[in-house]
Design a protein. Structure first.
Length: 355
């Protein structure tokens, strides 16, 4: 909180006394500077950073900075915000001494105090949130200095930064967020996205990407070598008949997928075999069921996803030399056995495990 008083007014001590009364329930400090020069040379780190950002307004006034511990974001407050606006996944303490040691390896970073403070406050937090427009799910990991590094040359300007957050979705990694020595945050394009922590978190809670991974030529080549081609429509009548007899109706998305890709077999870029199976005797259908403490199978990761998103699953095939199943949901998305969505489209799903 900032306010200024004309030096000749004589009200400085009165205002400070009043503020102390109002703010007595907070753990607070009130710092007064006569000039901008005094402010810029303040010993209090947080006050100094605030002053740097307001240095053009200093001349001719007394300035007061009120530092409120309850005002600044904490990990607990951030978790509460996550629970309100997103889906909290996990939190974990990180070794601050290791963070300090890592940062000290980079002499280009002259002052790493704010970076270390950031790590001390937030440690590691992981959460998911839904984009308003696309309804896509973003996976956000706040993990200061997981891979500390200095970007020496960034758009023609030297910036000493370290990664503090990673954002991804079912299609893959979207971007890394970086922090510099004075507490500013940049995206992967070196654009300034926030000049303080609060605005940084606002960015994480509001940014919209609607991201789709570009389909690489190698992905299409692997699928073609496995027997796929555009317009492919193989006969799956025996598969449909099997489930009709069991009282199960496959969705249009599941039928379309099996007709286009059913029966293809090939090798991923790591030489592990994959196959899309349409043989009825090997086919399986998983109808999602309510979570029940008396039925441990209801807590399988795939069923938890199906229950949450109201979808059922048809076995699509195998990957990893037949060791891992993958499934096609009733709404046309590919999932691994572990309940992990592979891509936002079918092609992105194939690319997820082929490359």
């Amino acid at each position: 909180m900032w306010f200024d008083v004309v030096p000749a007014s004589g009200y400085a001590s009165v205002i400070i006394s009043l503020l102390k009364t109002i703010l007595k329930k907070y753990s607070s400090d009130i710092v007064m500077f006569n000039t901008g020069y005094d402010a810029l040379n303040a010993s209090n780190g947080a006050a100094k950073e605030l002053c740097k950002k307001c240095q053009k307004t200093f001349e001719g006034h007394y300035y007061y900075i009120i530092l409120l511990e309850d005002y600044f974001m904490t990990q607990e407050k951030l978790i509460e915000r996550i629970k309100t606006e997103a889906f909290f996944v996990s939190s974990k303490e990180i070794d601050i001494s290791a963070v300090t040691e890592n940062l000290n390896q980079y002499p280009e970073i002259k002052d790493n105090n704010l970076m270390i403070q950031f790590a001390q406050k937030y440690h590691m937090l992981v959460f998911d949130r839904i984009e308003k427009e696309s309804k896509d799910s973003l996976h956000i990991q706040i993990y200061p200095f997981k891979s500390p590094r200095t970007i020496a040359e960034w758009q023609g300007e030297k910036k000493n930064v370290i990664g503090v957050a990673w954002i991804s979705n079912a299609s893959g990694s979207i971007e890394t967020i970086f922090m510099n020595e004075v507490g500013e945050f940049f995206n992967s394009k070196a654009e300034l996205i926030a000049n303080n922590e609060d605005r940084f978190f606002d960015y994480l809670f509001t940014i919209e990407y609607d991201y789709h991974a570009p389909i690489m030529p190698q992905t299409l080549e692997i699928l073609k070598n496995a027997g796929w081609y555009e317009g492919r429509k193989t006969d799956i009548s025996r598969l449909i008949s099997k489930y009709q007899k069991e009282g199960i109706t496959l969705s249009d998305a599941q039928i379309d997928f099996m007709q286009e890709f059913g029966g293809i077999k090939g090798k991923a870029s790591n030489d592990e075999e994959f196959e899309v199976c349409i043989e009825p005797k090997y086919s399986k259908f998983r109808k999602s069921k309510p979570l029940d403490s008396k039925d441990l199978t209801s807590y399988s990761t795939l069923n938890v996803v199906g229950n949450k998103e109201n979808v059922d699953f048809l076995l699509a095939g195998t990957m990893g030399n037949g060791m891992v199943n993958f499934w096609i949901s009733t709404d046309g998305r590919l999932f691994a056995d572990q309940g992990v969505q592979m891509g936002r489209t079918i092609m992105e799903g194939f690319q997820w495990f082929l490359l």
